[in-house]
Design a protein around this ligand. Structure first.
Ligand code: EPZ
Length: 419
């Protein structure tokens, strides 16, 4: 298993190319099952989650070829309707293949995704969508076995809570349904817009992407497409928070300001200087005073839960008291105890973390518990005095492409070791 050894105290200065978005890429790859023609995706980050999903698509019958960030996916015929537990358990979002399998072939056996470090990750809302669409399913031996008799019928459905995955799931099922569907309380995350735009370019008829009400008029079939994966807003936010903690100046290239507007406003209030230009954003921190901030995670355009662990690392060295409320996942504070090992002063009270800034974090041996927690510990290690060793770094490689080298190219001192 790999670990990272970080020698803290270095400022970050330099340019960082932002990679393609993991959370846009995964649903867009799954949407390739919606057509028997070729789908080519460009700027695909070769993350372990992407590799896991390629394996699942190949097991279903997709011919996948990845060359120099371009991924071509061609599923001439669905030869296997089963997405197995050993792959789905590695990457929960693979559960979403249930939608195109049902839309295209009418039958699917997909492993229940199971929970993960940040929560139980239930699928009750997905099952409600199937039921409303008259798609029969049973749950046997840890698998959802679903079969539809006849075409999927268009429905009006209101999500009882915001769910990005359920919005993706509904968009794919409804795109090939018989009739018109309306989804209320839909998620507005940029990734929903990216998936919906891909489907539209493939021939789907979708209106209202980015709003809470999406209308989909079902069509007969979807067609071949070539599309570019947009930049990763969570990677962008992670680097912006990192330089706000270490001091220095970085320029994030090929990325998008709008998708992280709220974060940049917060970082400016903590004392960073943010300048945007057409395709890049520069973040500068010229002094070591960090003002505290109170954060509440929520669905887009609120503060993203996927940046909660990272902003907490920044708040551990602010010159005041901050409060972070996690409203999306029930167990997304696994990084807290690891930060406390480094000298952070954090108290947990159910879904709230109260952080009292300290002058200095100290290097320590810590353990990554999940994807975004790994980034939080790296930010803490970058500012800590001395050496920090972060184990179980496979979590990081699920969702951040080459993050350690990108930071080293800006003056950080991070070594990856295999043990
Ligand atoms: C997506 O997960 C992202 N993953 C997550 O990013 C992100 O944190 C989350 O959306 C934000 O909402 C991908 O895009 C691959 P949800 P998803 O359905 O779709 C509850 C990362 O670090 N819920 O929006 O699985 C659920 O438990 C990952 O990149 C139900 O109760 O999340 C959660 O509390 C982590 N029943 C809330 O909804 C259901 O049937 C929002 O989850 C479905 C969800």
């Amino acid at each position: 298993m790999d670990s990272l050894i970080i020698n803290g105290g270095k400022k970050l200065i330099g340019d960082i190319p932002i990679s393609g978005s993991k959370n846009a890429c995964l649903p867009m790859m799954i949407a390739s099952l919606m057509t028997d023609e070729k789908v080519t995706l460009k700027n695909v980050p070769l993350l372990s989650d992407v590799k896991t999903l390629i394996s699942i698509l190949e097991s279903i019958g997709t011919n996948a070829v990845y060359i120099n960030k371009n991924l071509s996916l061609h599923t001439k015929e669905i030869i296997n309707h089963r997405a197995s537990y050993d792959l789905v358990k590695k990457m929960r979002a693979s559960f979403w293949v249930l939608a195109p399998l049902l839309a295209k072939s009418g039958y699917a056996e997909v492993s229940l995704p199971g929970g993960c470090a940040i929560g139980t990750r239930p699928i009750n809302l997905y099952l409600k969508i199937l039921k409303e669409m008259n798609i029969n399913y049973t749950i046997n031996n840890g698998y959802v076995v679903a079969k539809r008799e006849g075409p999927i019928k268009g429905i009006n459905f209101k999500l009882e809570k915001k769910s990005v995955g359920c919005t993706h799931f509904f968009l794919m099922l409804a795109s090939l349904a018989n009739g018109t569907s309306k989804l209320s309380n839909a998620s507005c995350e940029p990734e929903v817009i990216h998936l919906g735009s891909l489907l539209i370019k493939m021939g789907a008829k979708i209106k209202g992407l980015g709003s809470k009400k999406i209308i989909i008029e079902g069509v007969e079939k979807l067609n071949s497409i070539t599309e570019i994966i947009p930049s990763d807003r969570i990677e962008t936010g992670t680097f912006a928070i990192a330089v706000s903690a270490t001091g220095g100046k970085i320029k994030l290239e090929n990325t998008n300001y709008e998708e992280n507007k709220l974060l940049f406003n917060i970082l400016e209030k903590t004392g960073s200087i943010i300048n945007k230009s057409k395709n890049s954003i520069s973040i500068e921190k010229t002094h070591n005073r960090i003002n505290p901030a109170n954060i509440k995670t929520s669905a887009y355009p609120g503060f993203p839960t996927d940046l909660q662990a990272q902003i907490m690392a920044l708040m551990t060295i602010s010159n005041g008291k901050s409060e972070i409320k996690e409203n999306i996942f029930e167990n997304r504070f696994m990084h807290v105890q690891e930060l406390v090992r480094m000298g952070a002063n954090i108290k947990l009270d159910k879904d709230r973390a109260i952080i009292k800034g300290v002058k200095q974090l100290n290097g320590a041996d810590v353990m990554a518990t999940d994807l975004r927690a790994s980034a939080s510990l790296i930010i803490a290690g970058l500012v800590a005095k001395g050496i920090t060793k972060i184990s179980r770094i496979y979590h990081l490689d699920r969702g951040f492409y080459n993050l350690d080298n990108k930071l080293n190219n800006c003056g950080a001192s991070i070594k990856r070791i295999s043990e």
